[in-house]
Design a protein around this ligand. Structure first.
Ligand SMILES: *[C@@H]1O[C@H](CO)[C@@H](O)[C@H](O)[C@H]1NC(C)=O
Ligand SMILES: *[C@@H]1O[C@H](CO)[C@@H](O)[C@H](O)[C@H]1NC(C)=O
Ligand SMILES: *[C@@H]1O[C@H](CO)[C@@H](O)[C@H](O)[C@H]1NC(C)=O
Ligand SMILES: *[C@@H]1O[C@H](CO)[C@@H](O)[C@H](O)[C@H]1NC(C)=O
Ligand SMILES: *[C@@H]1O[C@H](CO)[C@@H](O)[C@H](O)[C@H]1NC(C)=O
Length: 327
């Protein structure tokens, strides 16, 4: 009797181990098949339709680019400032995109900084201005009208990437060098240890899983007075911390980090060129606690003349795409 019970218990154990093994093997065998290397459909950037088994540490097979070489900027209700134009020139020269799309609610751009962009040799072949209305709601929740340009921009960048795929850059994101090596991943963004994701520079295939999850995380949960809640905090804690494999994560060379304001505006460093993208944060120079010199003061709205007085990293950065006559 006793030994029979023991046998039954052993059989049950062996049986359940078998069931667990089979259960574990089925999904992984589905993922072990390599993704279809249909190069032609990759080239149209319509594929992959499904990233379920995609490895964002390795990227596409043979490093084939799956993210289209399209740079997107979004501008609401604003003409170009000097540094904004510098950022467009940097994206053009350093990335050499096939399309450079500026999405805006304005009918057209004008002014000398728009001319500065248009005078760039070759840019006319890739530059497009597309009308995009500022979002006013998300999943039937009205956006905070006081922050509509910012919350609207946060949402619109996800939607633009879901429509086209490509490389989204914030107004004041300076692209230092080509991001081509990241075009083999489903989605790439900056996310520093212990912080929330950064949305100033995002590369994505339009079918990237995280884009849809990111947008859907606003459903029933839009928090009008959370500056970075919906676009940064919640998707980090609710999605990425649980499923980090959804993205290719890069550290500080994609986003700003502590001390960046001083690095750019008060100090003079050459290692800015190690970054891929630098968020210039140029609308925040009032936060600086000292001036560079008696004539190079803060806050400042930079232009092509006063930049010459600022013997700091920002001048080297600007100089790399625009000759200020001073190094
Ligand atoms: C882009 O920059 C302008 C200021 O130059 C700002 O008013 C606007 O809100 C920014 N747009 C987005 C989407 O962040
Ligand atoms: C510029 O800054 C460097 C140090 O960052 C300093 O050595 C140099 O004297 C400064 N030049 C001018 C013209 O202020
Ligand atoms: C700032 O630093 C760069 C790189 O080290 C150097 O080439 C340049 O001369 C410096 N600028 C000044 C004015 O000293
Ligand atoms: C650049 O150099 C400065 C000074 O050496 C250093 O403090 C900083 O961490 C460096 N930044 C990067 C991104 O390497
Ligand atoms: C920097 O210079 C400006 C203009 O002279 C002045 O208003 C401001 O108080 C100065 N800032 C600091 C921190 O000294």
């Amino acid at each position: 009797m006793r030994s029979k019970t023991r046998i039954i218990i052993v059989q049950l154990l062996v049986g359940s181990i078998f069931v667990v093994l089979v259960y574990k093997l089925i999904p992984s065998s589905r993922c072990s098949e390599e993704m279809d290397p249909i190069e032609e459909s990759y080239r149209s950037y319509e594929e992959p339709a499904d990233f379920e088994c995609f490895d964002n540490k390795i990227g596409s097979r043979d490093g084939f680019p799956i993210v289209p070489n399209i740079v997107h900027f979004i501008r609401w209700n604003q003409q170009f400032s000097f540094l904004d134009a510098i950022c467009v020139l940097a994206a053009y020269r350093n990335q050499r995109p096939e399309r450079l799309i500026i999405h805006t609610d304005l009918d057209s751009f004008d002014g000398k900084y728009w001319e500065m962009i248009r005078n760039e040799p070759g840019i006319e072949d890739v530059l497009e201005v597309k009308h995009l209305a500022v979002p006013t709601e998300i999943f039937d929740q009205e956006l905070n009208s006081a922050w509509k340009y910012w919350h609207g921009g946060d949402i619109a960048r996800i939607q633009v990437l879901m429509k086209y795929g490509g490389i989204f850059l914030d107004n004041d994101s300076f692209l230092v060098k080509s991001l081509d090596e990241y075009r083999k991943f489903e989605l790439t963004l900056g996310w520093q240890p212990g912080l929330y994701l950064a949305n100033q520079a995002v590369l994505a295939h339009k079918n990237a899983r995280f884009l849809e999850k990111w947008l859907n995380s606003y459903r029933h949960r839009y928090y009008a007075w959370g500056w970075y809640y919906n676009t940064g905090e919640r998707p980090t804690t609710d999605i990425l911390e649980k499923e980090p494999h959804l993205i290719h994560r890069v550290d500080k060379f994609f986003c700003e980090y502590t001390g960046m304001m001083e690095f750019l505006y008060l100090e003079n460093h050459s290692n800015w060129s190690e970054h891929y993208v630098i968020h210039l944060l140029s609308r925040h120079t009032e936060e600086l606690v000292k001036n560079l010199s008696a004539t190079a003061t803060y806050p400042v709205v930079f232009d092509e003349y006063n930049i010459a007085k600022y013997n700091a990293t920002i001048r080297q950065i600007v100089n790399s795409v625009y000759n200020t006559g001073h190094t």
